[in-house]
Structures are given as structure tokens and as C-alpha cells.
Design a binder for this molecule. Structure first.
Ligand SMILES: [Zn+2]
Length: 280
């Protein structure tokens, strides 16, 4: 304990003696912006349950992406719907989708260029998370190793791997993530292994300085009601893994007092400041 207090005192002394300009800006902790990456009307909500939980219902979901700054480095978390949906309503099965604005112009509003994105983290390989990935060819791709294996080996349905082609063909750097991955090496931004929705599905923990940690769900849940009634989508790859991952995600939220943001749930996304405001 003494050592900890002494260490902390020394730490703040060192900080006080460092000229402001020379301080590493990452010492301020990460900063997060939420981005609008589309909207999805689900005309048969029951696809999100293998147990007939949501029969005869429809629901509007949002498609959100996130920019996280750590010092002078950037991580983009998920890349939303495809540019072909810009200003259109595109129907695909039970989904009616539209994209209001691409990620690039949104980043431009906060003076961030696509070339400044060091990492693109993809929660999982589904199309509503990978639509604009190709706009960031210089970024290192972070994706669950099991998802990467499906893409690389061409096992998935037709078109699944298309957004990843640049990285699969060796044009860009890919870092498949086995288990958890500490993105910036200081524990502030961590990809969390949450298999079940897809084999390599991940959530993202962002530990902010000025407010509770944020837990970005990936698609562990798609809307709030699923948390309460354990809604497992019928298209998930593994039911048991999904339930175990839900248990882990909720357990992490409790132990860290973190704010769980379900990425497709409009009410959750709205709890983060409206773009271009950020949280830190
Ligand atoms: Zn999704």
C-alpha cells in the first residue's frame, strides 16, 4: 500500500516537472466519438431469437461506429453500412437499410483524415460492420482470429470477404486477434473475446478518465430487451458460446461499473455525446 501511495506521489511529481509541451498526450486517456454509420429497420424482429421471443414485431436499429483517439493514434471501431446505401433504402431479407453520411466526411468535420487511422477494429465480419472498411486501406486491421480464418479460407457466404480483400491479398496489414487484445498497450482500450455471434466476435472496452468505462457491445446484444430475456439470434454460430459471452460481458460491466453501449440500440448510443462532441 505504502509503495503504491509513494509510487503515485512520485508519478505526479514527475508529471508536474515535465514541461506541458513534452507530455505524452496519451496520459490524458482515450477520447471517443460516436459516428453515424446507418440505420436498419428490422421488419421481422424474431430473427434475433432462436426461441420465438419477438414474433410479429419490427424495430428500428441504428448502425453505429466509433472513433477512439489515444495520444496521436486512432482506432476506428466498426465501419457500418456500405456506401451503395448512401441516401437509398436498400432491402435485404428482413432488413431495410439506409446510410445518411459516410465515415470519411464525418471524420473531416473533426479534422481527421482517413490516413491518420492507425487501426480499424472489426467486432465481427457481418456486412453491417464492414461496409466502409475499404476506405481505410492504410490501417492495420484488427479482427478476431476465428473470423479472419473464415474470411481468408473463403468459407463464408458469397461477398462476405469482399470488404477485406485488400488485407487478404496482402495489400494491408492484418493482425488477427486471438482472445483479448490490448490495442495501445496500456489497458485503456481492449478488444474482448466474445465468441458465439460469430466464431471470432469481439466487444471493446474503453477506459475513460472523466467518466465510467464504456463497453461497446459489438453484436453481443442488438437491443436492450435481449439482455433481460437472453435473446440469441437464430443466425448466431454457437448458442452456448453466445450465452457464455453475454455472461462475461455483463460481469465485466458490473465489476468495472462500466456503461454498456449496445451498438445497434438507439437509446444506448444516445448516451454518448452527439457528434462532433466527444467523451473522455
Ligand atoms: Zn450488427
Amino acid at each position: 500500500m505504502l509503495k503504491r501511495i509513494f509510487g503515485a506521489a512520485l508519478g505526479s511529481l514527475a508529471l508536474a516537472l515535465t514541461p506541458a509541451a513534452a507530455q505524452d498526450t496519451s496520459a490524458a486517456g482515450p477520447e471517443i466519438w460516436r459516428l453515424d454509420c446507418g440505420e436498419i429497420l428490422v421488419t421481422n424482429l424474431n430473427v434475433f431469437s432462436d426461441s420465438y421471443l419477438y414474433e410479429g414485431r419490427q424495430k428500428r436499429l441504428v448502425d453505429s461506429c466509433y472513433l477512439i483517439r489515444h495520444g496521436d493514434r486512432y482506432l476506428l471501431w466498426d465501419t457500418g453500412l456500405a456506401p451503395r446505401m448512401l441516401g437509398q433504402t436498400v432491402e435485404q431479407g428482413v432488413f431495410r437499410m439506409t446510410l445518411r453520411e459516410r465515415i470519411g466526411p464525418q471524420l473531416a468535420r473533426i479534422n481527421v483524415r482517413p490516413e491518420q487511422i492507425n487501426f480499424v477494429g472489426i467486432s465481427h465480419f457481418h456486412f453491417d460492420h464492414t461496409g466502409q472498411l475499404a476506405d481505410f486501406p492504410g490501417a492495420t486491421l484488427l479482427i478476431g482470429a476465428e473470423d479472419w480464418e473464415v474470411l481468408r479460407s473463403g468459407q463464408g457466404p458469397e461477398g462476405l470477404a469482399t470488404p477485406f480483400r485488400h488485407w487478404i491479398d496482402g495489400g494491408g496489414t492484418a493482425e488477427p486477434v486471438a482472445r483479448d487484445h490490448d490495442v495501445f498497450g496500456d489497458g485503456s482500450v481492449v478488444m474482448l473475446d466474445m465468441p458465439g455471434h460469430t466464431p471470432g466476435h469481439h466487444a471493446l472496452l474503453v477506459r475513460l478518465r472523466g467518466r465510467a468505462p464504456v463497453l461497446l457491445s459489438g453484436d453481443q446484444f442488438h437491443f436492450t430487451e435481449q439482455v433481460r430475456n437472453n435473446g440469441v439470434p437464430s443466425f448466431n454460430t454457437d448458442r452456448a458460446d453466445t450465452l457464455a459471452s453475454s455472461d462475461r460481458l455483463l460481469s465485466i460491466a458490473r465489476s468495472l461499473n462500466a456503461e454498456l453501449i449496445i451498438q445497434h440500440e438507439a437509446n444506448d448510443v444516445a448516451r454518448l455525446p452527439a457528434f462532433p462532441e466527444s467523451a473522455r
